[in-house]
Design a binder for this molecule. Structure first.
Ligand code: PEP
Ligand code: MG
Length: 567
C-alpha cells in the first residue's frame, strides 16, 4: 500500500512503525477490588524500579554520571513512604490505582510548586515524571514517545515541539504525521536529527498498525506500507547510495565556503542545545546562526534559572570558540506552548502573544534571560537576536532592557564583553522597514519560515494550503532582496535562518542576492558547501536580473530550473 504525504525532511528509512496515539488514561481504566488495585500498584513500582535502575546505568555510560542523576532522584521518589503511602491510602478508600497516583501527583506538585523554591520545583518535576511512569504501568498504556528500543518510524496525528523533544533519538528513524507543514517545528527537528520526515499524510493512522514495516522517502513524501521484496531491494539500494554520498562530503569538512569567483559566505547551524552545538562543529558549521533558546524552557515544570541558562550559553560559546553564535531570545507561543507560563488560549496563536511580545509581558522572565546572556558574553563570540520584531519601538525597548542588565552586571564587577545585536526579520513590516531597522542593529537574520507565512497569509502548519506556502513567490524574493540591500547599504551583515537557507533549490538565488550567512540544520551544511563552491556569483547575476522581472513563482522557478515539490 502506498500513502502520499508532503516531503518535510529528506532521506530514506525502512523500519517498523510505532503509532503514537495519546490516550486519556483515566477514561480508559476500569477499577478492580482494593486488593487488585494495590497489587497493580506494587507491580508498577517493581517494574519502574527496574526500568529506572537500567536507565541510570545506561545514561551514565552513554552521557555521563551527572546526566544520569535524574533517574537516581526518580528512584528516591519511588522509595518515599509519604508518596507511596498517600497513593495506597487513596486506594484503600476506593480509588483505582491510576486515579490515586494522579491525585497524589497533583497534591505533591501543588505543594512543592507553591514553595517557590528551586529545589522543590525540581522535586515537583521528579514526582510528575515518576507518577506518569507509574500510571502508564498500571494502565498498560504505552504511549510514551521514547518507549521503543529498536529502529522505529513514528506515525502520529501531529507532533508538538515538546513531543519531538522527548523522542528517543537513538532509535527514531523517521516520522510521519497526518498534520503539519514543511516548516513546522517538528519537521525542522527531524532535519537536525538527520532523519526523514513526512507531514500531511492524511488518514495514515487508520491505514497502518504498529509493527507494520514501512519505507518512507523523505524526498518525495511517499510511504510504502508492508512493501514488496522488489520495493525493499530498490529502497535499500537507494538508502545505501545516500549514505555513500553523505560519506563523500566529509572531504569538505574543513574547507572554506567560497564561490568559484571568490565570494565568501558563512555556513552556520541552527541549534537548540549544547549537544547540537557539538554536533554542528562535527558537521562543518562555521558558527551558529540561530540558537533556539526556547528548547531550554520546554519539557520542564518551571523556567530555567539564570544560572542554568548562563551555564548553557557559556558552554555553547566555549565549544564554538572563535565562531560566531547567534542566540535568539525566547520565542515561545505559536506552536510552542509552555504550560507553566499559564499562557492564555488564543484564537490565532501565531498572531498572538508570541516571542518578544510574550517577553515584554513577562518582564522578569525576559530580564533573567538577558542577564544570563550578558554574563556569558565573555566566553566567546556572542551575538544576541530578538525574534518577531514588528516595529522600531520594540527593538528600542529590547535594546534598552539589555543595556540596563548589562550596566547592572558591570556595576557588580561581572566581566562582560561587547556583543552584536540583531533582529529576526520574519514579519513583513520589519522587512519593509529594513532601511530604518538597519540603523538600529548590527545584523539581520531573515526568518523565512514565518516571513513566508505572514506575507502570503499561509499557515506554515497547515498541510491543506501548503501549495500556497511558496519561497519563490515574487513577493518573498523581493522582500529578501530589500532586506539584504538595506543592510548592506548601512554596512551591516545579513543571514537567513529560515529553512529556505538550507534548501538547495534556493541557495543559488540567495548567493546571487548577496546573502552573507546561511544558517541551516547541521546535516545540510556540507552539501550546501559543495553546492556553493561550485557556483559563480557573478555568473548568476543574469538569472537574478530575469528573476526580478517575474510576476509568478512558476516564472522564477523556471529560471532556476526548480519544480515546486510542495504540491
Ligand atoms: C523562522 O521563522 O524562519 C525561524 C527561523 O524561526 P522559527 O522557525 O523558530 O519560527
Ligand atoms: Mg520564526
Amino acid at each position: 500500500m502506498k500513502i502520499q504525504g508532503i516531503a518535510a525532511a529528506s532521506g530514506i528509512s525502512i523500519a517498523k512503525i510505532v503509532k503514537f496515539e495519546p490516550v486519556t488514561i483515566l477514561e480508559q481504566t476500569e477499577i478492580g477490588t482494593t486488593e487488585q488495585e494495590l497489587a497493580k500498584l506494587s507491580l508498577a513500582i517493581a517494574d519502574s524500579t527496574i526500568d529506572l535502575q537500567q536507565l541510570e546505568v545506561q545514561t551514565a555510560e552513554r552521557l555521563g554520571v551527572s546526566e544520569a542523576e535524574v533517574f537516581g532522584a526518580h528512584l528516591l521518589v519511588l522509595q518515599d513512604p509519604e508518596y507511596i503511602g498517600a497513593i495506597e491510602a487513596l486506594i484503600q478508600d476506593g480509588s483505582g490505582a491510576a486515579q490515586a497516583i494522579e491525585a497524589v501527583q497533583n497534591q505533591f506538585m501543588t505543594l512543592f510548586l507553591a514553595l517557590d523554591d528551586e529545589y522543590m520545583k525540581e522535586r515537583a518535576a521528579d514526582v510528575k515524571d515518576v507518577s506518569q511512569r507509574l500510571m502508564r504501568k498500571v494502565t498498560g498504556t504505552n504511549e510514551s514517545l521514547s518507549n521503543y528500543d529498536e529502529p522505529t518510524i513514528l506515525v502520529a496525528h501531529d507532533l508538538a515541539p515538546s513531543d519531538t523533544a522527548k523522542l528517543n533519538a537513538e532509535f527514531t528513524r523517521g516520522f510521519i504525521t497526518e498534520k503539519g507543514g514543511k516548516t513546522s517545528h517538528s519537521a525542522i527537528f527531524a532535519r537536525s536529527l538527520q532523519i526523514p520526515a513526512i507531514v500531511g499524510a492524511t488518514g495514515i493512522l487508520s491505514e497502518v498498525q504498529s509493527g507494520d514495516i514501512a519505507i518512507m522517502n523523505g524526498e518525495t513524501g511517499e510511504v510504502f506500507i508492508n512493501p514488496t521484496a522488489e520495493q525493499l531491494k530498490y529502497y535499500e539500494a537507494l538508502e545505501q547510495m545516500q549514505l555513500e554520498k553523505r560519506h563523500s562530503l566529509q572531504a569538505l569538512l574543513h574547507e572554506k565556503t567560497v564561490t568559484k569567483d571568490g565570494h565568501h559566505v558563512e555556513l552556520a547551524a541552527n541549534i537548540g542545545s549544547l549537544n547540537d552545538a557539538k554536533k554542528a562543529l562535527q558537521q562543518g558549521a562555521e558558527g551558529v546562526g540561530l540558537f533556539r533558546t526556547e528548547f531550554l524552557y520546554l519539557e520542564r515544570d518551571t523556567s530555567p534559572t539564570e544560572q542554568e541558562q548562563f551555564e548553557v550559553y557559556r558552554d555553547v560559546l566555549t565549544v564554538m570558540g572563535e565562531h560566531p553564535v547567534v542566540v535568539r531570545t525566547l520565542d515561545i507561543g505559536g506552536d510552542k506552548a509552555v504550560p507553566y507560563l499559564n499562557m492564555p488560549k488564543e484564537d490565532n496563536p501565531f498572531l498572538g502573544l508570541r516571542a518578544i511580545r510574550l517577553c515584554f509581558a513577562n518582564e522578569e522572565l525576559f530580564r533573567t534571560q538577558l542577564r544570563a546572556l550578558v554574563r556569558a558574553s565573555s566566553y566567546g563570540n556572542l551575538k544576541i537576536m530578538f525574534p518577531m520584531i514588528s516595529s522600531i519601538s520594540e527593538i528600542r525597548q529590547a535594546k534598552q532592557w539589555l543595556a540596563e542588565e548589562k550596566e547592572a552586571l558591570i556595576e557588580q564587577n561581572i566581566e562582560v564583553s561587547d556583543f552584536e545585536i540583531g533582529i529576526m526579520v520574519e514579519i513583513p513590516s520589519a522587512a519593509i522597514l529594513s532601511p530604518v531597522f538597519a540603523e538600529e542593529v548590527d545584523f539581520f537574520s531573515i526568518g523565512t519560515n514565518d516571513l513566508i507565512q505572514y506575507t502570503l497569509a499561509a499557515d506554515r502548519m497547515n498541510e491543506s494550503i501548503s501549495h500556497l506556502y511558496e519561497p519563490f513567490h515574487p513577493a518573498i524574493v523581493s522582500l529578501v532582496k530589500l532586506v539584504i540591500d538595506s543592510a548592506h547599504a548601512q554596512g551591516k551583515w545579513v543571514g537567513m535562518c529560515g529553512e529556505m537557507a538550507g534548501d538547495s533549490a534556493a541557495i543559488p538565488l540567495l548567493v546571487a542576492l548577496g546573502l552573507d550567512e546561511f544558517s541551516m540544520s547541521a546535516p545540510s551544511i556540507l552539501a550546501a558547501r559543495k553546492q556553493i563552491n561550485s557556483l559563480s556569483k557573478e555568473a548568476l547575476q543574469e538569472k537574478l536580473h530575469q528573476t526580478l522581472q517575474q510576476s509568478t513563482a512558476e516564472g522564477i522557478r523556471a529560471i532556476w530550473h526548480q519544480k515546486n515539490l510542495a504540491t
